[in-house]
Design a protein around this ligand. Structure first.
Ligand SMILES: Cc1cc2nc3c(=O)[nH]c(=O)nc-3n(C[C@H](O)[C@H](O)[C@H](O)COP(=O)(O)OP(=O)(O)OC[C@H]3O[C@@H](n4cnc5c(N)ncnc54)[C@H](O)[C@@H]3O)c2cc1C
Length: 290
């Protein structure tokens, strides 16, 4: 299939792009094009205008500011995957990217594009949720910051107004001695996860769980933070007694999404198994650096 006719725009500055989104009707932002172009070719979306952000260099780059890691919305997934700074501050992120699609797609695809596309099975909203990410969006009227936990409005629909462009994602790195793990099950390596899980854990001086973050993808429209499970495991030693708790908490999730390939029951089973395994790996890593 070929896309329907559209007018192509190539701004070189953010302000120019913001003027376009404030005035044009039925437009689409083009970032890496790895989700947008297939959707246009299948004619799931038929924009009259495509605004290509690839010349807007202001939206690219990875920076550490005290207590935060800032990533421009147009930063390529490959650059985040291979960044020494990201690996040092948020080792969960490259581990998740090991499982995101293929090198060719990561060379073009951007973190901002993934968070705007918002596929429920994507690893990228999932690690952003585990790291309590914040998303900056801008319009001609000003700037807003939205927590990743409020970002999903409904299935594949972010909290982005029609005159706004996503500009930056901020992750909150954990202390250096934390443990982490990203695990998923997909039909083939590089496919979207059927279910994936991101875990971060920090231990206190007596090796008990002091802080915990668990986020799932592939179970709901938005990444699902298991906050009740996180709280219930605080103060515990990471041993086999925690696994029944993991099982029970995930058993109690009322609604788990399903499609013609994977039932809710199967996804629930994967979520239970992968969460227990990822927790075990994250705890081992935390103990090694303790
Ligand atoms: C074969 C294949 C396998 C894949 N496997 C995976 C996988 O395993 N895991 C995974 O996470 N992803 C996977 N992807 C998707 C990939 O990560 C895409 O790169 C990503 O979903 C979209 O990023 P993009 O930069 O290409 O955005 P685009 O495709 O350019 O845009 C996606 C959407 O976001 C909007 N948008 C983009 N940037 C902005 C912005 N700054 N402000 C406002 N709106 C914006 C666009 O208008 C569009 O609606 C796969 C893709 C392919 C083709």
């Amino acid at each position: 299939m070929k896309p329907a006719r559209f007018q192509y725009h190539r701004p070189t500055q953010l302000h120019e792009a913001l003027e376009m989104v404030a005035t044009l009707q039925n437009y689409k932002i083009l970032a890496g094009g790895q989700s947008l172009m297939p959707m246009m070719n299948f004619r799931f979306v038929m924009p009259d205008h495509v605004i290509d952000m690839n010349q807007v260099s202001e939206l690219t780059g990875i920076h550490e500011v005290p207590g935060r890691l800032e990533i421009g919305a147009m930063t390529r997934q490959h650059d985040i995957h291979r960044s020494a700074l990201v690996a040092k501050l948020c080792p969960l992120v490259p581990e998740a990217y090991d499982q995101v699609s293929h090198r060719q797609i990561r060379n073009r695809g951007t973190l901002g594009g993934s968070l705007c596309h918002l596929d429920p099975a994507s690893e990228q909203p999932c690690f952003t949720s585990a790291l309590d990410g914040e998303i900056e969006v801008q319009s001609l009227k000003g700037q807003r910051t939205i927590s990743i936990h409020d970002w999903t409005q409904m299935y594949m629909t972010p909290a982005l107004m029609s005159d706004e462009i996503m500009t930056r994602v901020t992750l909150k790195p954990w202390a250096q001695n934390h443990g982490w793990s990203f695990l998923e099950y997909a039909r083939r390596h590089g496919d979207y996860a059927i279910v994936g899980v991101a875990v971060l854990v920090a231990l206190d001086a007596s090796q008990k769980i002091e802080r915990l973050s668990i986020s799932l993808c592939g179970v709901a429209a938005a990444p699902l933070r298991l906050s009740a499970l996180e709280t219930s495991l605080l103060g515990q030693r990471g041993d086999d007694r925690m696994f029944p708790q993991v099982h029970q908490h995930i058993e109690a999730i009322e609604e788990i999404m399903h499609d013609s390939y994977n039932s809710s029951t199967y996804r629930r089973h994967l979520a239970q198994t992968l969460t227990a395994r990822a927790l075990g790996i994250a705890l081992k890593r935390a103990l090694m650096v303790h």
